[in-house]
Write a protein that binds this ligand. Structure first.
Ligand SMILES: Cc1ncc(COP(=O)(O)O)c(C=O)c1O
Length: 366
């Protein structure tokens, strides 16, 4: 059978299987003790007071903006270079996304360009810690303070990541995480909001469960976006492993950095202010060569992928905004040059060496 090294793979052992069985046997499958325990432990891990678990990272972002009171007529600044949910959450509440170009070395929002995008209608900024690298948060918080804006951290790719020694997710007003199976820890699918603002936490709790305050008493219009108990139980086990997973990712990334140092690749950058958690190990190469390299790596069984080939403003679902090419030159260039390699904790030493060997062979042939 052909060897395939996947770009991502969840890591489970007997503990996850055991806890799923226990929840099933308990018969308590929704709105129960596992979710509450997971909310407390995850929030506390991030250094926030409250956690509100939901069924996806997309829901976490959506509920966060609703809980912050964002709606039609408002503008929210975000990055053009991310998974689509980072901007869709703004549209889902009826507000307008305003994109600011990215920095070419961190791939995160260019913090120098944010202030120019602030208007009378701006209510907040959704920053994304892309690939597991924290945004430079101090300048963002300064602008937010100056104009009275909220800051939501989309930390869907950055569980355990740090900014100046603080865990991401608790630096802005609200942090949102995803537990999709490819993420640094997974619940099989799910998400969570963390915040230290009790009013936002309370509104988010109501919004994610039909606006219910107690049995069949509903005080606001809400959704059912609850995280199931089975998912929370898996999350509790995964959370204990998170620091170990992060260390393994960092170790593999360091090894790749050493091995690829002489190749014609732009390697990931870890600024002084951040602890990168390498949700993705992403490199850049001449755009003309990128797709050949990808094809060859995949032929050799190394599942390399592009995150993300089309900047959000140019997605067909954003056509109505009429963004024109050239509006986000850095994001547009980077989207043509990046590709990511497997860096997850399920990789064996042999897998990592194989990836290195194939990357070197293919790049040297070009
Ligand atoms: C940066 C970013 N934001 C938001 C999401 C949305 O999370 P989910 O897929 O759990 O809805 C993801 C995950 O795919 C993501 O990578």
């Amino acid at each position: 059978m052909k060897r395939v090294i996947p770009i991502a793979k969840p890591v489970f052992d007997r503990e996850e299987f055991k806890t799923v069985r226990e929840v099933l046997e308990s018969g308590w499958l929704m709105n129960g003790p596992k979710v509450r325990e997971f909310e407390e432990k995850f929030a506390s891990y991030c250094g926030a007071k409250f956690g509100v678990a939901v069924n996806s990272g997309t829901s976490a972002l959506h509920i966060a903006l609703l809980a912050l009171g964002i709606g039609p007529g408002d503008e929210v600044i975000t990055t053009p270079f991310s998974f689509i949910a980072s901007a869709d959450c703004i549209r889902l509440v009826g507000a307008k996304p305003v994109f600011v170009d990215i920095d070419s070395s961190t791939y995160n929002l260019d913090v120098e360009k944010i202030e120019d995008a602030v208007s009378d209608r701006t209510k907040g900024i959704v920053v994304v810690h892309l690939y597991g690298l924290s945004v430079d948060m101090d300048p963002v918080l300064e602008i937010a303070e100056k104009y009275g804006l909220f800051v939501v951290e989309d930390a869907a790719q950055a569980h355990g990541g740090e900014y100046k020694g603080r865990k991401v997710g608790s630096i802005g007003h609200v942090g949102c995480f995803s537990f999709w199976p490819t993420k640094n820890i997974t619940t099989g699918g799910g998400g969570i909001i963390v915040t230290s603002d009790d009013e936002v936490a309370e509104r988010a709790r109501l919004l994610r469960f039909n606006g219910e305050v107690r049995d069949y008493r509903h005080v606001l219009l809400g959704y059912n976006l609850l995280m199931p108990e089975i998912q929370a139980a898996i999350g509790l086990v995964q959370l204990k492993k998170l620091d170990g997973f992060v260390e393994k990712r960092r170790k593999i990334a360091k090894f790749y950095n050493e091995e690829f140092a002489d190749l014609d690749l732009v390697l990931p950058f870890e600024p002084e202010y951040a602890k990168h958690v390498y949700h993705l190990y992403t490199v850049r190469v001449d755009a003309k060569k990128r797709n050949y390299i990808l094809e060859d790596l995949n032929k050799e069984g190394v599942q390399a992928k592009v995150y993300y080939p089309i900047p959000i403003p140019f997605q067909p679902s954003y056509r109505e905004f009429g963004f024109v090419e050239g509006s986000f030159p850095v994001a547009e260039k980077v989207a043509k040059e990046v590709f990511s390699l497997p860096v997850h904790p399920a990789l064996s030493e042999e897998d990592v060496n194989y990836v290195v060997e194939k990357v070197k062979d293919i790049l040297k042939q070009l």
